[in-house]
Design a protein around this ligand. Structure first.
Ligand SMILES: [Fe+2]
Length: 270
């Protein structure tokens, strides 16, 4: 039952906004509309297409939003879940369930209609929020110990539709780089390597099934925190895909308690 799309998952938000949006949500939309209007969207849309569904913008978030995200990082520090997968990944994560309680600004920013509409313009896809029980919908990734990293991978969609990843830089006192390869799934176009060290407030956006990428290891006395938002085109998921996705999230990211907390009988409706 939890695999089916619910009204909360779909972007039927105008009614919600018209009648019941919190002031903070309206403020966020106004601020993001102003910020996004200053971007050269047609040029960025072309760039996204030419790069095989990948876009990087170094100066994206309003400065005070970046500062609010940095403050949120300090609020959630005690709740970081550390994971280690030998040869593939080491680092910490805070799932959407914890952010809902400790950093609601992040949840509001994730749901910003202005942001989502702009991403729809970039992708040409109708985007939906990730389901209530997906811990990746919005999450913070922590690189705090020497060697923290994640190896080469795709952000594979276990959903019926596409899964888009938006990364926002929050803290980067590190030498870590996001290395990536464009066009790996595009016949007739050679792979194109790239690398970026995205600073606080920067934007990285891609189709998870198309961008091969990694984060290089953290050095001594370094720290890095990144925020991820996940949007999908169809939030349905088949049971076997659900099982694989849950196991991966439990082991590699958030721990079993966070991932399976929704199975305890609560509907998760706010
Ligand atoms: Fe990734």
């Amino acid at each position: 039952m939890s695999d089916t799309a619910t009204p909360e998952n779909t972007l039927t938000r105008p009614a919600q906004t018209a009648t019941g949006a919190s002031p903070s949500t309206r403020d966020i939309d106004a601020t993001m509309n102003t910020r996004l209007a200053a971007l050269h969207t047609p040029k960025l849309r072309d760039e996204y297409g030419q790069q095989g569904s990948f876009l990087y913008i170094e100066d994206f978030l309003p400065r005070d939003y970046t500062e609010r995200l940095i403050a949120a990082v300090h609020d959630v520090m005690p709740a970081v879940n550390r994971n280690y997968l030998p040869g593939h990944k080491a680092g910490g994560s805070v799932s959407r369930h914890t952010l809902d309680k400790l950093a609601p600004f992040i949840a509001d920013l994730y749901r910003s209609e202005a942001l989502i509409k702009w991403l729809e313009t970039i992708t040409g896809d109708k985007l939906q929020l990730s389901p209530e029980d997906d811990p990746h919908a919005y999450a913070l990734y922590f690189y705090t110990r020497p060697g923290d990293h994640i190896g080469w991978h795709y952000d594979t969609s276990y959903y019926e539709g596409r899964r888009y990843t938006l990364l926002l830089g929050v803290i980067d006192d590190s030498s870590c780089r996001l290395d990536y390869e464009l066009h790996t799934k595009t016949p007739g176009i050679p792979d194109q390597p790239g690398s970026v060290q995205y600073p606080p407030g920067a934007f990285v956006f891609f189709d998870g099934d198309k961008l091969r990428h990694r984060i290089t290891p953290l050095g001594e006395n370094e720290m890095r925190v990144s925020l991820t938002f996940e949007y999908v085109t169809n939030p349905s998921m088949r049971p076997f895909q659900r099982f694989i996705s849950n196991m991966k999230d439990s082991i590699a990211y958030f721990g079993f308690r966070q991932v399976f907390r929704r199975k305890s009988g609560k509907t998760g409706q706010a």
